[in-house]
Design a binder for this molecule. Structure first.
Ligand SMILES: Cc1cc2nc3c(=O)[nH]c(=O)nc-3n(C[C@H](O)[C@H](O)[C@H](O)COP(=O)(O)OP(=O)(O)OC[C@H]3O[C@@H](n4cnc5c(N)ncnc54)[C@H](O)[C@@H]3O)c2cc1C
Ligand code: SF4
Length: 477
């Protein structure tokens, strides 16, 4: 491992390049930055008290062995840290970037609880695996022996990909079906590139493809191929389709041009970053540049929309949310980021209707928080006579997602769903009521998190392997 400069030294060096050390002078920006990251990762890892009650670990859905990889990083044993980290997480560099750590590992760090600021666990996790990719420590998928059984996975999001990774490493024949042209699900087309660079996702897609996972893209199950056909072709099927039905806005004028769905807006932006032709973006319909933008909703999707709009050069970006800041579902860290970037939040504000077609404004009314509802959250109540108009050229609906009606769409009435429309499956294995059919990720949990989809995918793959092993599989050479 190269000698690490002190953090302070790097700062001085950037301000006064003429004072650089001869060895450092030979390095380009990337190398200096990498050393900075290494020093920072070491410094942060060294702050872990190895408390012995790792709440960080128990609050990570993957139960990552965080204290161990922090200790190894602090000791400069980065490759070992990577080995420990990847043992429980299929995509550590992705989780390190986009997990809401303030609600999971970092929020429960003992140092954070004692008021001294959390160890930046996510940033260290990202750093370890990014380094592993750069150094060639990430192993390709090479099963020791091929197996005869095959699994069909519907949906190439993090849940489906994590399951594919585990199954393929054991030699199972895996085919993933997805209606998009690129795999990754919301990692590719939902989450913006400023939070999760697309080459990080594509690198994982390539690793799976090179490892023998077959991808059937542009294949919408229920339209291009029936669920029955997939079931007939495989020994087990995993449904990992996520949730995509947008909750809608009501009120006069809600059908006006210029009122768009968050997923369409974010997909267009992500497609542009791949260099795709996106007519709705080029026409301005899904491009915030030079426009007044109003986003309705208070979750992480709304935060992604407002921050994307700022980056596209909107003249103003406002976020309307019907409860207050303390009660919003999105990560507080994301709200803070958005505020720092210039987004204005209008708390306790709900849309009542819309002006113009194309839209020119949102008629909003102010709310107050009343008594708690069945979930324990205070219900918003309208303050009569408080209406006013928020001007808008584009209104983005970011009110959350619901599952599509899979039993009807796929002609499978016996596929049991919950009263929320999510597929009913055992949480530990993903097994559904249909023999050999499993379900994981958002389609089971409702809109959730990447890290939970990964957890489901891994658990489900293990359950399928156990089933195959119990049935006594024939190994194919
Ligand atoms: C805008 C946005 C931002 C988010 N940001 C974060 C974040 O920062 N951190 C975080 O942890 N989580 C975030 N989430 C949530 C996270 O992305 C999801 O919880 C996660 O992607 C769910 O994974 P999944 O594999 O279940 O489904 P998805 O990622 O939704 O993948 C499902 C796949 O199934 C495919 N599919 C669906 N129906 C069919 C069909 N009939 N035939 C073929 N293919 C089909 C879809 O094309 C898609 O590729 C965000 C969500 C959104 C919408
Ligand atoms: S996977 Fe997420 S919750 Fe777990 S350690 Fe990494 S960042 Fe924290």
């Amino acid at each position: 491992m190269a000698k690490q400069p002190m953090l302070k030294f790097v700062k001085i060096e950037r301000a006064m390049p003429e004072k650089r050390d001869a060895n450092v002078r030979a390095k380009d920006f990337h190398e200096i930055y990498a050393e900075y990251a290494d020093a920072k990762a070491k410094e942060q890892s060294g702050r872990c008290s190895q408390c012995g009650v790792p709440y960080c670990q128990s609050h990570c859905p993957l139960h990552n062995n965080i204290p161990d990889w922090l200790r190894l990083t602090a000791e400069g044993r980065l490759q070992e840290a990577y080995e420990v980290s990847q043992a429980t997480n299929t995509f550590p560099e992705i989780c390190g970037r986009i997990c809401p750590q303030d609600r999971l590992c970092e929020g429960n760090c003992v140092i954070e609880q004692s008021g001294h600021g959390t160890v930046t666990i996510g940033a260290v996790e990202k750093y370890i695996t990014d380094t592993a990719w750069e150094e060639g420590w990430v192993q390709p998928i090479k099963p020791r022996a091929e197996r005869t059984e095959s699994v069909g996975i519907i949906g190439a999001g993090p849940g489906g990909l994590a399951a594919a990774d585990v199954l393929r490493r054991q030699g199972v024949q895996v085919t993933i079906y997805d209606r998009y042209d690129r795999s990754g699900g919301l990692l590719t087309y939902g989450i913006p590139g400023f939070k999760l660079e697309k080459d990080v996702v594509m690198r994982r897609n390539a690793q799976l493809e090179e490892g023998g996972v077959r991808f059937k893209m542009n294949c919408s199950v229920g339209e291009d191929l029936s669920f029955e056909e997939i079931r007939d072709q495989h020994d087990a099927v995993i449904i990992a389709t996520g949730v995509y039905k947008t909750r809608d806005l009501q009120g006069p004028g809600s059908g006006a041009k210029g009122i768009v769905r968050a997923i369409d807006y974010l997909t267009a932006s992500n497609r542009k970053s791949f260099g795709d032709e996106v007519p709705e973006f080029d026409s301005g319909e899904l491009n915030a540049e030079g426009k007044k933008i109003v986003v309705i909703g208070g979750g992480d999707t709304a935060m992604d929309c407002v921050r994307t709009a700022i980056r596209q050069g909107a003249t103003s970006v406002k976020c309307l949310y019907r409860r207050d800041r303390a009660n919003m579902p999105g990560s507080q860290r994301e709200v803070q980021n958005a505020e720092e970037e210039g987004v204005k939040f209008e708390w306790l504000t709900a849309p009542k209707g819309f002006k113009g077609d194309p839209v020119t404004g949102v008629i909003v009314e102010k709310m107050r928080l009343g008594l708690p509802d069945a979930t324990g959250r205070q219900s918003p109540e309208v303050i009569e006579g408080s209406d006013y108009v928020e001007e808008a050229d584009i209104v983005i609906k970011a009110l959350g997602f619901e599952p599509e009606d899979l039993p009807t769409l796929w002609g499978q009435p016996e596929l049991a769903v919950t009263r929320w429309g999510t597929v009913r499956a055992e949480f530990t294995t993903g097994a559904t009521d249909l023999d050999g059919v499993y379900a994981i990720g958002d389609i089971v949990r409702g809109a959730s998190l990447v890290v939970w989809a990964i957890r489901d995918g891994r658990d489900c793959a293990e359950a399928i392997l156990e089933r195959f092993n119990t049935a006594g599989s024939v190994a194919a050479e």
